[in-house]
Design a protein around this ligand. Structure first.
Ligand SMILES: O=C[C@H](O)COP(=O)(O)O
Length: 292
């Protein structure tokens, strides 16, 4: 993939300036761009309840997941038409075979869950996942590089760029930034790095460390990548995946309302069942009110 701006040549100081510019830029984003007021109406909820399955990456990432749990994950993904199943590398080929000829994709986590694996090992893992048929890679940022007094932006970026080069245009890339470990400035920096490396999504959490997704973090991430897409003016759409601790329909609705276009959850079936009940209740009320 081509990268018109050569981020590889930026020094840490250049990155500091670049990230500060983004922080200033997003502070000017108007309240009117906050989508929450539109999404709170019953009509919107009903539409979303009908389609929430298509937002969900149906996830099983336990290290001791059994083959029968993985098979069940695939069966449920087919039954509910989830967007993808999200699994570890060991299970990618099995899921790809099980989901052949369906619309359900297979996402594989990379560098899970600490993100500190050497770049070469992450790249090798990504290559194996792609060879096994994964269509999406959920890659954990080496976020400790952002935590030191002198954040190592250049190193973090060059790893992400290498992973994008490895994937080319064959896979959707999501960067898991582990928001619970980052402050506001570091979240902005992580989103800037993901955008510069041409990732498709920024994703909140692994679900294995600290708190999971919060609506506040999703809104912030959405505003950063939205700002960068708009400033770049090339029609790119970078989006947000909320994950970690999303257990109910209300949780999922709150995340989508905050700006997430994908939900990573091990509770996908419960969320969809609850959403179906919600739709039915809304439809009942519509019937009783004379069809309006
Ligand atoms: O990436 C997704 C998370 O690992 C799922 O976390 P969860 O089990 O809290 O839904």
């Amino acid at each position: 993939m081509s990268n018109p701006r050569n981020f590889s040549t930026l020094s840490n100081d250049d990155w500091v300036t670049f990230i500060s510019g983004i922080e200033e830029g997003i502070s000017t984003i108007k309240e009117s761009q906050d989508r929450s007021s539109d999404a709170s109406s019953t009509g919107h909820d009903a539409i979303l309840a009908d389609s929430i399955n298509s937002f969900i990456d149906h996830t099983q990432l336990k290290t001791d997941a059994t083959l029968s749990q993985i098979d069940q994950l695939g069966e449920e993904a087919k039954e509910y038409s989830f967007k993808t199943v999200c699994v570890r590398l060991d299970h990618v080929a099995r899921c790809v075979a099980a989901l052949k000829d369906t619309s359900v994709g297979v996402a594989c986590v990379i560098g899970f869950h600490e993100g500190t694996h050497p770049t070469a090992s992450k790249v090798a893992e990504a290559r194996s996942a792609l060879q096994a048929g994964a269509s999406e890679l959920d890659i954990v940022l080496n976020y400790p590089l952002l935590l030191s007094d002198v954040p190592q932006y250049s190193s973090a970026y060059s790893e992400l760029r290498e992973l994008r080069e490895e994937a080319g245009s064959r896979a959707v890339l999501k960067l898991i930034i582990e928001t619970s470990q980052l402050d506001r400035h570091q979240i902005i920096a992580a989103c800037a790095l993901a955008h510069a490396a041409e990732f498709n999504f920024v994703k909140t959490s692994t679900g294995f460390k600290g708190h999971g997704a919060t609506t506040e973090d999703v809104r912030l991430m959405r505003s950063v990548v939205g700002f960068l897409d708009q400033r770049e003016a090339k029609g790119r759409v970078t989006t947000v995946k909320a994950s970690g601790g999303i257990r109910t329909w209300e949780d999922a609705l709150a995340m989508v309302t905050a700006g997430a276009t994908r939900i990573g959850a091990s509770s996908g079936v419960a969320i969809v069942k609850e959403a179906q009940g919600k739709t039915a209740r809304v439809k009942d009320l519509t019937d009783r009110s004379g069809g309006y």
